[in-house]
Design a protein around this ligand. Structure first.
Ligand code: G6P
Length: 612
């Protein structure tokens, strides 16, 4: 992962680079560094183990001045988080480089370079690249040619930013498999892993594509392919306001993003449904013909997005009668796949940049799938550019590493997708009319669930000192239980497992004793009786029951004495996954806050995983 920012300007840019890095900390936050070229054309560098604010606290603006520079926030892959392993790396105090990705052949290159006399000062895969640039520069004193020659030797995924004291107003950037964008402004230009880092300086962006190399100066941006032919890349204007990426009144981004969910869902629905049906054209030109032919759906995703895909499988088969398989991208991409006939390949991703999901999409495009669709939150991201069809979830910028509003908008988008497919399979519109009416109620009902915040804080107090927790659910609420458990693990570091309620007796019940909290989702519907029996199995072993239900009256009986109940609004059972996710997010959030963990930047994780 890691975040990169770079600038070539006519003003001191160290502070600006640091501010940019703060917006990229979601990509990694175990060490940080910055390098600039000073007024005497010398490279200056500062690095720390720890977060960007620690880098900021040791950087004295007046002593660390330069108008061209690069900066980096790291998520360690090779080498522990430490100052010596933090980027930028330098070679002979002439070149400085930042890297996001993995250089797979680093150890062969390191051996060669050591034989050539280069000394290494870090344990990273990255340091070889800067020495390779130095080595090649000696041949013809041309920075761009030296970078190209170095890159030709690399295997792996990388986004690179390079500066050189020999070319003080020049910044070279390369993209191969890791995201990189150029920010264009008047008399100054920038690079970053994500436009978010540059919103305070520009709204004009050029997304680099794989194999692109950019030569960036104060007034000019030239992009070349690796054959050194100039290529044209479109310029995009981003209208995200700077405020959208601020925390505002909230203590954490995660809480802000949880509270924004009613609005995010409403925005996902806007212009896509009428009073009684889903508009057929919303999946773009070409979707209509493809949807008519679909006989199977293959969903591929990672992390929270994978849980959304799992929910969709229940919907696809029960509402649209379409067989569906779901797989995590890191598995899908490395096994032999036999695509089903007329199968539509669908990726789900908040960022649109997750390395495994993107690789799976690229693979699918070469296979015998009917077509590809990316359901994604980030316009202009790699997946939206590369899939045949795109659908934006419109959650707005999500910064907390633990995904919340992106997940519920993915569910909303998937529900629309399922109804759009259903239209092709049946002339019976009655169920769609009912479901659309229910779907339109969701933003208001999510608002209502959010009002249970205080009750959830009470649950959190009871859970904060636990080491383990079990989350259970049936049907489409099983993946919701997995998502609740994932949230708990990610930010509170409590070991949590999400299980189908009916599977308890096949293993996890052995863990249940008076110390084990079991958090369950019990909406009314066909599976209600079954769920109640599962809860009794837990009670009989002394487990502590925490129940989210719209059937509160059933828990008044003695047989559920001592169970903790939170009332949920009634809604069509198919839509329960969206509503029941909300209290689970709040629960993980409050446990984490009570435990004092780093909610927005949990240890060892990052939001956008652009490495394997
Ligand atoms: C990381 C994040 C998760 C996210 C997953 C997939 O693991 O920490 O929150 O769900 O990546 O990300 P994507 O952007 O593809 O949805």
């Amino acid at each position: 992962m890691c975040g990169i920012v770079g600038a070539v300007a006519k003003r001191p840019i160290a502070k600006l680079l640091i501010d940019g890095l703060k917006k990229l900390e979601y990509r990694g936050y175990d060490s940080a560094g910055v390098a600039v070229i000073d007024a005497h054309y010398q490279l200056k560098r500062l690095r720390v183990a720890g977060k960007v604010r620690e880098l900021e606290s040791v950087m004295h603006d007046h002593l660390f001045q330069g108008q061209t520079g690069i900066a980096h926030t790291r998520w360690a892959t090779h080498g522990v988080p430490s100052e010596k392993n933090a980027h930028p790396f330098v070679s002979h105090d002439e070149f400085a480089l930042v890297h996001n990705g993995i250089i797979e052949n680093h150890s062969v290159l390191r051996d060669q370079l050591q034989r050539d006399g280069y000394c290494f000062h870090s344990d990273t895969d990255t340091e070889v690249v800067v020495h390779l640039i130095h080595k090649n520069y000696k041949k013809n004193q041309d920075l761009l040619a030296a970078v190209r020659a170095a890159v030709m030797e690399l295997k792996g995924a990388y986004a690179l930013g390079i500066i050189s004291k020999h070319d003080p107003s020049r910044l070279v950037a390369v993209r191969q498999g890791s995201p990189l964008v150029i920010g264009k402004s008047q008399g100054e230009n920038f690079i970053a892993s994500d436009p978010l880092a540059l919103l305070s300086v520009t709204q004009q962006f050029i997304y680099l594509e794989d194999n692109d190399m950019a030569d960036i100066t104060l007034e000019d941006i030239k992009i070349f392919n690796m054959d050194m032919q100039e290529v044209k890349r479109e310029q995009h204007t981003l209208s995200i306001s700077h405020d959208a990426v601020e925390r505002g009144e909230y203590r954490h981004y995660m809480k802000k993003e949880i509270m924004e969910q009613p609005e995010a869902i409403a925005s996902c629905l806007e212009g896509r449904v009428t009073d009684d049906h889903v508009l057929p054209a919303i999946f773009g030109p070409g979707a209509d013909a493809i949807f008519s032919q679909v006989e199977h759906i293959q969903l591929v995703a990672c992390g929270t997005s994978y849980h959304a895909a799992m929910v969709a499988r229940y919907w696809l088969e029960s509402l649209a009668d379409i067989p569906c398989t779901v797989e995590v991208a890191s598995e899908f991409r490395y096994r032999k796949i036999a695509p089903s006939k007329n199968s539509l390949f669908v990726t789900l991703s908040q960022s649109g940049e997750t390395a495994d999901t993107l690789a799976a999409l690229r693979l699918a495009r070469k296979m015998d799938y009917l077509s590809t669709l990316a359901i994604c939150n980030v316009p202009g991201s790699s997946m939206t550019r590369e899939a045949d069809l795109q659908f934006l979830t419109r959650a707005g910028v999500e910064i907390g590493v633990a995904s919340t509003k992106a997940f519920v908008t993915q569910l909303t988008a998937l529900f629309l997708f399922v109804l759009a497919l259903r239209q092709k399979r049946t002339a019976d519109t009655q169920l769609e009319v009912e479901l659309v009416a229910q779907l339109r109620r969701v933003p208001a009902l999510v608002e209502k669930v959010l009002q249970q915040d205080a009750a959830i804080v009470n649950w959190a107090r009871a859970l904060m000192n636990k080491e383990h927790a079990i989350f259970i659910g049936r049907g489409a609420l099983y993946p919701v239980a997995m998502e609740g458990a994932l949230k708990m693990k990610e930010i509170s570091y409590i070991h949590a497992e999400g299980y189908p309620s009916g599977e308890l007796k096949h293993g996890p019940l052995a863990l249940v004793d008076t110390n084990m909290p079991v958090i369950s989702t019990v909406p009314g519907g066909e599976l209600l009786e079954k769920s109640l029996s599962n809860l009794q199995e837990v009670r009989a072993r002394g487990g502590k029951l925490y129940v989210l239900t719209d059937q509160v009256h059933l828990f008044d009986q003695d047989s559920f004495a001592g169970a903790h109940i939170i009332a949920m609004p009634c809604l069509h059972a198919a839509l329960a996954p969206i509503l029941y996710t909300i209290p689970l997010q709040l629960l993980a959030y409050h446990v984490a806050v009570l435990k004092g963990t780093d909610v927005d930047q949990p240890r060892n994780l990052a939001k956008s995983v652009t490495v394997e």
